[in-house]
Design a protein around this ligand. Sequence first.
Ligand code: GDP
Ligand code: IMO
Ligand code: MG
Length: 423
Amino acid sequence: MKVDVLLGLQWGDEGKGKIVDVLTPKYDIIARFQGGPNAGHSLEFNQVKHILHSIPSGIFHENQINLVGNGVVIDPVIFKEEVESIMKLGVSLSEKLMISRKAHLILPSHRILDAASEASKGITKIGSTLKGIGPTYMDKTGRNGLRIGDLLEPGFQQKYQALKQKHRDLLKLYDYEYNLEEGEERWFEGIEEIKKYQIVDSEYEINNFLQQGKRILAEGAQGTMLDIDFGSYPYVTSSNTISAAACTGLGIAPNKIGEVFGVFKAYCTRVGSGPFPSELADDTGKHLREKGSEYGATTGRPRRCGWLDLVALKYAIMLNGVTRLLMTKVDVLSGFESLKICTAYKKNNRISDQVPYDLMEISEPVYVEMKGWNQDLLSVRAVKDLPDELHEYIRKIENETGVPVSIVSTGPDREQILFRDEQ
Ligand code: GDP
Ligand code: IMO
Ligand code: MG
């Protein structure tokens, strides 16, 4: 068996949570491989929306194991809140939630460092979710971090105090007011909560599952344009978000990767700072934000909106080895007379279809115009009932990328999904 990977191809919030939830019945294990509670993955059923930050999006199904891999960073406070809200719905977690011993812990002081660093940057700030992601991955790569496995070791308190002291010293670099003890009590309560779940050597677990013929879906967080190496650096997150990270974030070999599902919105959004070539800072952008309810699932911040960017999409497909495209939010594009798709970037009068080293320097996106459609798509239940103009829009994407669009999502609910391969 192979591990299928599902990830975002844009700047995050592509609708990964919803699609994972829809695909979960086809799998035995759903595994998150990177990121942390900077993620907000929404899924909706029975008219209720659920937002997950650290726990994989397969959790609302009965029989699947949900694994938090070693590449993920965990904030015990957020973890506890999340499990409590899931358990309130009558979902039992202890049997089906596993956490890697090698996943790193976000300390209260990591969050303070994140805030202090952002505050010091002024207008050049990243627009971080302020969940402590950057400082935690810095400690991981700096070999100072605390891991889930440390919770079970006798020297945990000393390790915690030593790292906190390091952070106290670091914070002296900033002109920033803070209280290192604030939130500590809840953090330790969260630690006790984590200990109730199955803490595992997840690289062994996952490879054993594979040997047993179990089907595994790896769930990415953020999106390719936020990747630490290939995104619009420095306006990125602090982990690799591409398919390669499923290998390092779970402990599976590259030859074990099967399908790579690339999720993208029918248009583009971005939350936080940084370049966004096809951004619409006008009424059309506002319309997309309101119609698409484009407000951050983690921070509530308004998302910047713009037209579909094929240059960035093709780049993401190349980096991830995408085998199938999954397109979300087509319903939001209903009602436009015409739609634009960015097919190239223009810089100093030179046209290029590549993502440049510094996206900031792009002067102008080059667009093709497509005919829009008027039909309300929220209740469409068959591919053949989609408007011709949308078929044309999809064909354009398939022709440009050379990858089939296998799934089209027509609304936030589980039921609002069309499988193009099957019809
Ligand atoms: P994720 O981070 O990739 O899981 O995406 P988010 O959950 O942050 O953002 C996607 C938003 O779009 C959520 O509010 C979803 O409920 C919603 N959504 C997902 N698919 C669709 C769709 O096809 N149509 C509409 N209108 N909303 C969708
Ligand atoms: P999901 O998984 C959208 C953005 C932040 C900021 C930058 C760095 O829901 O798609 P960080 O907190 O990681 O230091 O922030 O990355 N960002 C996201 N944007 N969706 C996400 O996750 C994001 N996670 C981080 O807004 O610009
Ligand atoms: Mg999100």
